[in-house]
Design a protein around this ligand. Sequence first.
Ligand SMILES: [Zn+2]
Length: 301
Amino acid sequence: MKTAKTLLVLMVTLSIIVFAAGCSRNSQRVPAEDDRHSLKIYTTFYPIYDFTKKIVGDDVQVENLIPAGVEPHDFELSPKQAAKIYDGDIFIFLGESMEPWAKKMAQDLDKKGVTVIEAGKGLIENDDPHIWLDPVLAGKMAKNIYKGLVYVDEDHEPDYNKNITALTRKLDELDKSLSQIASGSMRKDIVTSHGFLGYVARRYGFNQMAITGLSPQEEPSTKKMAELIKFCTDKDIKYIFTEPGENSKLTETLARDTGAKILELNPLGTLRTDEIKAGEDYFSIMEKNLEALKTALGHKQ
Ligand SMILES: [Zn+2]
């Protein structure tokens, strides 16, 4: 009898785990029909914030934890900021490779009644967090956020559904544009400051060479710099991508040594306050990124 009961508990637990894959919920926190406006959501960095905001709409309070203009890789949350998350209803992060601190907090947050959504769950490969720059993976990331939101607040599923449909449509357009750029370009090789275009390169058939590693903090060795110079010379690289706010000494050195020009490409890890004030968002910045890609790849207009 006892074994049967244990088995039943186990089965119920398992089915809850399966159902809650990608997100978790504490049932006490489900908001009632009329208190949607009191929903408080915390997100970690810009693309997660922007997509969440686009799905929930203007009525819901969404706060981004990593400040505007701050590089999100290796960001350390202050204890005061970490404490704030416990006052929220939902906490959304990408995954361990981008926010290891968030992954550590997830279990405890869940225990304390905060729903945790891991937006990059099942999407991140080889510890490369930059899925948001690939429109196809970005769409799946948005879907993970959407599923978590509906799980907490199913009464507003029609609104969320309408919004994610619009978001997905725009991401599909971006995907088409990137395919067109890939098929209409003379070049296939790109050099980036840090390795943020790995997924994009793979999907659209580019060849990415990054000056630093997956994070801007990973400095290249002298051997790596020599390889980069050889790559740029062999492939006749005309443009090297730099990113806003970057200490671009290495990029400048490489450009000088190879005769390439420097072009800005925004990895969208963060937006500056002035960009946010000017109404920029994921899509307006991606538009500029696509123009930069066209130039660097010698796209036939
Ligand atoms: Zn990055």
